[in-house]
Design a binder for this molecule. Structure first.
Ligand SMILES: CC(C)(COP(=O)(O)OP(=O)(O)OC[C@H]1O[C@@H](n2cnc3c(N)ncnc32)[C@H](O)[C@@H]1OP(=O)(O)O)[C@@H](O)C(=O)NCCC(=O)NCCS
Length: 281
């Protein structure tokens, strides 16, 4: 293996415009009386249907504008769409309605020409939004495209957390991420589960990923699982039970196959993991 740190890229000519756009959003959200639905609608109209940005209300009411276009216009305003978590009986409506415009802006940006793959702008926008959606959002939060949440308001996130593309963060029962947690592409972190008999019987349980945890590609962590500090869940694994600190768990159901060589000795508790660690050194 080789050490391959991320490269720095040269400035892009549009950076000044990006800063102006992001500052406008950040400044608006910083105001206690910010109308978040209106902000979402205004930002999305400029991005997605600029020809209607100045006359959204009149175009929506104009029967001469095709119905599909009027529906697309309506959908720029989060009050005109429903999101799945709103149907959940345990949704705290007051809290959800407050974050919903920002979730809608986040998801819609990701589907736009400007969003999607555009890494730097996307990371900066999502960092601003996360600060107003999560219960707690630490410094340097970094999310790539197409991340989805359940409520959003039940996320408790430490510093230097990275969430890669297409990750599902189901925070229905609560998700707590420590510092320097990394969640790789297409991973799923759940915090609710259903009875095998009665589908409507839901159990919420906080899922915790402690400091330095890495959940790798396409892995799933089930509700209420606690992954200890520096623990790791291998590609495509399903973590159904707690992962001990510094352990690497793989497979379905995920089991420990080794302890990281930098683990303090006290974590070296599973015989199989101990044997593997001996092979490493
Ligand atoms: C978890 C992971 C890092 C483990 O790597 P490792 O410590 O070098 O482990 P090994 O390759 O020596 O594998 C140990 C055993 O577990 C098995 N194994 C490893 N990863 C597995 C996985 N994802 N699913 C099922 N079995 C796995 C190996 O086949 C091997 O089994 P064996 O002893 O029967 O031959 C790696 O397999 C993985 O999933 N990587 C994902 C990509 C990655 O690196 N992501 C991190 C940054 S995003």
């Amino acid at each position: 293996m080789a050490l391959l740190p991320l490269r720095s890229l040269t400035d892009r000519p549009v950076e000044r415009i990006e800063r102006e756009w992001l500052d406008r959003i950040a400044d608006a959200l910083a105001k206690p009386d910010c109308d978040r639905a209106l902000l979402c609608r205004t930002v999305l109209a400029e991005l997605l249907m600029p020809e209607y940005a100045a006359n959204w209300e009149t175009a929506l009411a104009d029967a001469k504008v095709p119905a599909g276009t009027r529906l697309a216009l309506a959908a720029l305003d989060p009050r005109n769409v429903t999101l799945e978590p709103e149907y959940y009986a345990d949704c705290d409506d007051a809290r959800f309605q407050r974050v919903k415009p920002l979730l809608w802006l986040w998801y819609s940006f990701d589907r736009s020409l400007l969003g999607g793959q555009a890494v730097d702008l996307g990371v900066r926008l999502r960092r601003i939004l996360a600060g107003h959606i999560f219960r707690r959002c630490g410094a340097n939060f970094k999310a790539f495209q197409h991340v989805e949440f359940s409520f959003g308001y039940n996320m408790d996130v430490g510093d230097d957390v990275v969430v890669h593309r297409h990750v599902l963060l189901d925070d229905r029962g609560g998700i707590r991420l420590g510092n320097k947690v990394s969640i790789s592409d297409y991973a799923n972190i759940y915090s609710h589960t259903h009875s095998i008999v009665e589908q409507k019987d839901v159990t919420n349980a906080v899922t915790v990923l402690e400091d330095g945890v890495r959940i790798t590609y396409h892995a799933t962590v089930l509700a209420g699982v606690h992954v200890g500090q520096q623990g790791m869940v291998g590609a495509v694994a399903v973590a159904t039970k707690d992962v001990q600190p510094y352990h690497v768990n793989v497979g379905i159901p995920a089991k420990s196959v080794r302890v990281k060589p930098n683990a303090p000795q006290a974590n070296d508790c599973l015989p199989a993991a101990r044997a593997r660690r001996r092979e490493d050194t």
